[in-house]
Design a protein around this ligand. Structure first.
Ligand code: G6P
Length: 610
């Protein structure tokens, strides 16, 4: 979702800003723009489409400047177009970029129109530019004008603002959307996330909610929401600039699917000792919180929500405590009942998803035992605001469709399940057996990835299909949901997942030779039930694609394609391993269809608006 990069330097910032925008492409966007200034005026260039379009325009019409802001836009108010692309300007003086949504922009727009301001775009952002311009008529202080303006805004935003009359200064404001300050030597930068600035610095300052920062070449001055000057801690990022490179892979998603063995190994590393799971994986004070936990509420969105659904099966089965899982955008607008002793868990690869973050904030005042975030972004808002946190350590995930972030979330949730189950009477012998299953995962993932070539061939059968049905039972129902999500996200094939037992209550009506049905069939207690459900599909002429345990037989015939998993897989391992062929299937179908695999249309990696 919208990305911001800005900088103040002695050198020309255009190449730095453009590289930053490229590094933010993964967030999802539809247009890009840049505005820079030196001593004269502000030069601005915007293009609909990819950052490369903007680069091509810059090659033809170079601009340079030592102070600048740039942006990738994911349309909310107003269609994707050059006029709606950021930066937005007010008169020749003010240029701004914005991430988020201004909810009261219509009222402000009417007021500003009445005061004579002319609007070029349909965006909510342009009102902010004009409002700052209007406040600057009373006093030339840019920080004061931004402060007065943000006090009038409702909604969530990160803003970067520059004023032609004050070269060498950027003003940054943060409320509800992430933004970081990257500290260089004699130059400073701002961006929506750390990855954008890794080529220029590894030293970052993170702003708090409501902060306004004045960023200059040699100093950064931060004011809190009350207007007091404050210090914010500076941290060194452990990421390196090449951690987010694509290497020899054709797409980031492909690379990230193939990195899952090492990613899961990193999730588990140092969290298992002498065959048992360590409470400290979830934070220093986790043991005391887990001792008090009598139930769990898991809140998340998208793929992370599916990880929560898997965890519900594990937690209720092995820990015998109630676990509910809910989509954050629903949870935050109802009044959930919080029984005594309930632990709130937010799951998010980015740690910035607006709805999940809002749910976490709500949870902190709702009487939970504690809040725990399972996350892949150590410096994210959720990690900073949650009482307990566990990093999944998957490494940067650039493909919009989440892959290694999901399987590492599952590994983290498996560890949590074991720690809670121990408190519910899981014997040490049983714990060691479960931990041993987890320790085998990296090797089993490598073996499962060997299915890649055969799935590439299989993918050809899906290219001309418009719909697909994914079936699973028990915990595999959540895996089927994740498989369907992957296929629809990147191949644009309409895909739905159903608990196989629910088939006859509706979706069976859709089954015919044009509706491929994909099933995940481990050798578990529900296998025989699943087989009966699949017969119902065959009897209606539906073509079946079954990812099955090597021991399972479906009576091969023309309408059933069975893909055998490469090894015997135990129950606790199954959700992670059966997800992998579904990721590969979605990937290869998308490649054959020629879609934009890493940045599928209309989607964003980090959804920082409601
Ligand atoms: C977006 C991404 C998904 C992700 C979801 C939740 O929709 O495209 O891949 O699962 O947000 O994101 P989170 O960062 O909270 O896990």
């Amino acid at each position: 979702m919208c990305g911001i990069v800005g900088g103040v330097a002695e050198r020309n910032v255009v190449p730095i800003l453009m590289e930053g925008l490229r590094r933010l492409e993964y967030r999802g966007y539809d247009s890009a723009g840049i505005a820079v200034m030196e001593d004269s005026g502000i030069d601005r260039l915007r293009r609909l489409g990819k950052v490369q379009e903007l680069q091509n325009a810059l090659d033809k019409q170079p601009i340079r400047g030592t102070t600048g802001i740039s942006h990738t836009r994911w349309a909310t108010h107003g269609a994707p177009s050059e006029l709606n692309a950021h930066p937005h300007m007010s008169h020749p003086e003010i240029a701004i970029v914005h991430n988020g949504i201004i909810e009261n922009y219509e009222t402000l727009r009417e007021e500003l129109s009445a005061a004579g301001y002319k609007f070029e775009s349909d965006t909510d952002t342009e009102v902010v530019a004009h409002r700052i311009h209007q406040h600057l008529q009373d006093s030339a202080d840019l920080v004061a004008a931004v402060r007065k303006t943000v006090a009038e805004l409702e909604g969530a935003y990160a803003l970067a603002v520059m004023n032609r009359n004050q070269p060498g200064k950027l003003v940054l404001a943060r409320a509800g959307c992430p933004v970081v300050v990257g500290l260089g030597i004699g130059e400073n930068f701002v961006a929506s996330d750390v990855a954008a600035l890794l080529p220029v610095t590894r030293s970052f300052m993170f702003l708090d909610e409501g902060d306004i920062a004045l960023v200059e070449r040699r100093q950064v001055t931060v004011f809190d929401a009350a207007g007091n000057q404050v210090e914010r801690p500076v941290k060194e990022s452990e990421l390196t600039a090449d951690a987010a490179e694509r290497g020899n892979y054709r797409h980031y998603m492909q690379k990230e699917i193939h990195e899952q063995a090492s990613a899961v190994a990193r999730t588990l590393a140092d969290r298992i000792e002498n065959g048992v799971a360590l409470d400290t994986a979830f934070g220093e004070n986790a043991a005391a919180v887990l001792d008090k936990t009598k139930g769990v509420h898991i809140i998340a969105c998208g793929t992370s929500y599916h990880a929560g659904l898997v965890a519900r099966y594990w937690i209720e089965q092995l820990c015998r405590i109630p676990c509910s899982v809910e989509i954050a955008s629903e949870y935050r607008y109802r009044s959930p009942v919080v029984p005594d002793g309930t632990l709130f868990i937010s799951i998010s690869q980015s740690g910035e998803t607006a709805d999940t973050l809002a749910a976490l904030r709500e949870a902190k005042v709702s009487g939970y035992v504690s809040t725990l975030t399972i996350c892949n972004a150590p410096e994210s808002s959720m990690v900073r605001e949650s009482e307990l946190a566990m990093m999944t350590n998957a490494g940067p995930e650039i493909g919009v469709a989440s892959t290694k972030a999901f399987t590492t979330q599952l590994a983290a949730l498996a560890l949590l399940t074991i720690c809670l189950a121990r408190r519910a009477g899981l014997e040490e012998r049983q714990e060691r057996a479960l931990v041993a299953q987890l320790a085998e995962l990296p090797g089993l993932i490598e073996q499962t990835l060997l299915m890649d070539k055969s799935i590439e061939v299989l993918a050809e059968k899906f290219v001309d299909k418009h719909h697909a049905l994914f079936l699973g039972r028990g915990v595999q129902n959540a895996v089927a949901m994740e498989g369907a999500l992957k296929l629809k996200e990147i191949s644009y094939i309409h895909a739905e997942a159903y608990a196989a037992g629910e088939l006859k209550h509706g979706p069976l009506a859709l089954v015919d030779e044009d509706m491929p049905v994909i099933a995940v069939a481990p050798d578990d207690q529900l296998l025989e039930k699943l087989k009966s459900n699949l017969q119902e599909v065959r009897a209606r002429g539906g073509e079946l694609f079954v990812f099955a345990d090597p021991r399972v037989h479906f009576g091969e015939n023309d309408g059933i394609h069975t893909m055998r998993m490469p090894a015997l897989i135990q129950d606790f391992q199954a959700p992670i391993l059966y997800t992998i062929p579904l990721q590969l299937l979605a990937y290869h179908v998308a490649v054959l269809k020629g879609t934009d695999v890493d940045q599928p249309r209309n989607l964003a990696k980090s959804v920082t608006v409601e």
